[in-house]
Structures are given as C-alpha cells and as structure tokens.
Write a protein that binds this ligand. Structure first.
Ligand SMILES: Nc1nc(=O)c2c([nH]1)NC[C@@H]1CN(c3ccc(C(=O)N[C@@H](CCC(=O)O)C(=O)O)cc3)C=[N+]21
Ligand SMILES: [Mg+2]
Length: 309
C-alpha cells in the first residue's frame, strides 16, 4: 500500500474495513501467485450443513472472495439431517486430500451434531478457522499458529489506528470461543491490559468506560451507548444484528454508532467493518496453511521419515 492510502485510512475516524480488507486480499493474491509459481494451487474446502439463510450468505461471500484472489474452492453442501458420522467421514477425506489445504465447517451446525467433536476432527494444519484445540492452545501460548479470522481481522483493523497498543486497557465484551476469548488472547499478546466482560459481570457499563480499546462481541443491537465509552476510545464492533425498523430490515452492530461517534477516536462501522475483514483473514489463513503444508512436503522429500501434513 502507498503512504497516501495509509494516511487516508489512518486519519479517518471511521475505520474502513472494506478498504483494509481489500489491501489484505491484494497481499493474499500476490502470495497465491507465488505459490502457483512453485506448483501449488491453494484450495479451500467449505462445508455447509443445512439451509440457515445467514450461513448461506456468508458461505457465498467466502467463495466469491476466494475466486477473487485465485484460491480454488470446493463446496460440500450437506442436508440438515446429516449424521455426525457422515460429516466426520467427509472431514477425514478432506484431511487426507493433499489438494485441499484449508477446511472450513460453517457454524452453527444443526442440533444433534457435536460441534467440538467436528472441529477437533479437522487436521490442525488445515484448520483455517483456528478453532481446533491445538491452535487454540497454541494461540494462548503465543505460538505462531492459524488464528481465528474475526479476532485476527480486528487486530489488523486496530493496527491501522494504533501502531503500539502496549499498556492500553482493552475491554472485550463477550466471551465466545470464536471471538471474545481469542480476541482477549491476541490483545494480551499485543501487551494490552485485558478485561473480559460477560453476562455475569457486575457493572458492565463502568468496565466499558475504562476501555482505551473497546471490542463489542455480544450480539445485542446497539447496546453500547455514548455514556459507556471513554472519550478518545477506539471501538471495534463485531456485532452483526438484523433489526426491523419502519418495515425494513437493517444491519446494526452492538454499538450505537451515531450515539458514540462524537466521543470516539476511531470506530468500525457495521456493515463494512469487521465482517469483510473476517473473510479476508480466512483467505490469508488459507494461503498460510498452503505455505506451511508445502514447506512440510518439501521437507519430506529430504527426510522421508517425517509424517505428511
Ligand atoms: N466456521 C465458521 N467460521 C466463521 O468465520 C463464521 C462461521 N463459521 N459462522 C458465522 C460467522 C459469521 N461470519 C461472518 C463473516 C462475514 C460477514 C460479513 O461479511 N458481513 C458484512 C455484511 C454481510 C451481510 O449483509 O450480512 C459486513 O459486516 O459488512 C459477517 C459474518 C463468519 N462466521
Ligand atoms: Mg462489519
């Protein structure tokens, strides 16, 4: 990126997730060309069980972005009543398929399927969501592993407005396995003081008021108002809530964007903030997985005693 773009993106109070994700995607496209030049075609397998309409939209967007950057994708659409066994055997075959370097099983899975069991079945080196316990553990130890896409996207957005987060107080609202907990781990790694707030926390408003960096990931439309936010705070809104208003549906975050605007130093919009970054980081993880698997295979040629990835 040139310095002019950098300046525009860094000085605007609105953190433009669409523009920043476009930069990530162009870096990824460059990495894809480099892999192709080495005879490797990165490929992402996307597994969708059932017909959840939101999941269908997300999966469609992921496939479009993959195509944009030259990542091949294979889609596996399974019916709502697929057995756990069938899903596990599909994952097993994708694990063994050397042409597939990334496996994404879209969440949530239908009731009756054990989500943890399914995520644990994915080979960690192909786990582009970063949800396998081996990657979760590695993240918490500060090792270089595949990281969950939404939190790593948020970190990338934060870096645009704040090059050094060291010593800042970051408050994360929400303790989900896919956003809140890994977000806290990444902020800690960036030397923030981290507070993880959840539904049982007392006086959530006062905790939020302490934040230099406030990350909202609770799924409650426009819960965070101006008097929850310290003047000069940086706000990252992970929420994607569909609300009915005047007969039409619109997307809002967990933060009341218009209400907090005057107080904040910088803020991500919804849509166009964290959402597009999540998808860009998925593409970045797919390329990283392909690079790592290629490196392992090359090593095997030298040392035949090693296991294949
Ligand atoms: N295994 C798995 N990995 C995921 O990463 C995963 C998942 N399951 N299940 C669902 C959540 C949600 N998620 C989003 C991705 C992009 C947008 C996105 O592009 N949002 C657009 C708006 C899109 C719209 O109109 O709904 C935006 O914020 O601008 C939103 C949400 C990934 N998730
Ligand atoms: Mg968004």
């Amino acid at each position: 990126m040139n310095s002019q773009t950098q300046a525009i993106l860094a000085t605007d109070k609105r953190i433009d997730g669409k523009a920043i994700s476009a930069q990530v995607l162009s870096e990824v496209a460059e990495q894809v060309s480099q892999l192709q030049a080495q005879g490797v075609q990165p490929c992402l397998a996307v597994v969708l069980v059932g017909k959840d309409p939101a999941s269908q939209v997300y999966v469609k967007n992921k496939l479009l972005r993959a195509a944009d950057v030259g990542i091949l994708s294979v889609e596996h659409y399974l019916p709502e009543h697929t057995s756990e066994e069938t899903l596990l055997s599909l994952i097993e075959s994708l694990n063994e398929d050397a042409k597939v370097q990334g496996i994404l099983v879209q969440l949530p899975l239908p009731k009756g399927i054990d989500e943890i069991k399914v995520l644990e079945a994915i080979k960690p080196i192909k786990d582009v969501d970063g949800f396998h316990s081996s990657n979760v553990g590695g993240l918490s130890q500060g090792r270089s592993v595949l990281q969950p896409c939404t939190p790593s996207g948020c970190m990338r957005l934060l870096k645009h407005v704040c090059s050094d987060m060291s010593g800042m107080h970051a408050v994360v609202v929400g303790r989900s396995n896919i956003v809140g907990k890994p977000m806290a781990a990444l902020l800690l790694q960036a030397n923030c003081t981290v507070t993880l707030v959840h539904s049982k926390s007392r006086d959530i408003q006062s905790l939020c008021q302490m934040a230099d960096i406030l990350v909202a990931a609770v799924g409650r439309p426009e819960m965070i108002k101006q008097d929850w936010v310290k003047p000069g705070a940086i706000v990252i809104d992970v929420g994607i809530n569909r609300v009915e208003k005047d007969g039409s549906t619109r997307l809002v975050g967990d933060v009341d964007y218009a209400d907090v605007w005057d107080s904040v130093e910088a803020i991500t919009p919804v849509p166009g903030g964290v959402g597009p970054m999540t998808i860009a980081m998925l593409m970045s993880n797919t390329v990283e997985a392909a690079q790592r698997q290629h490196a392992l295979v090359s090593m095997n040629r030298v040392d035949g005693s090693r296991e294949s990835p």
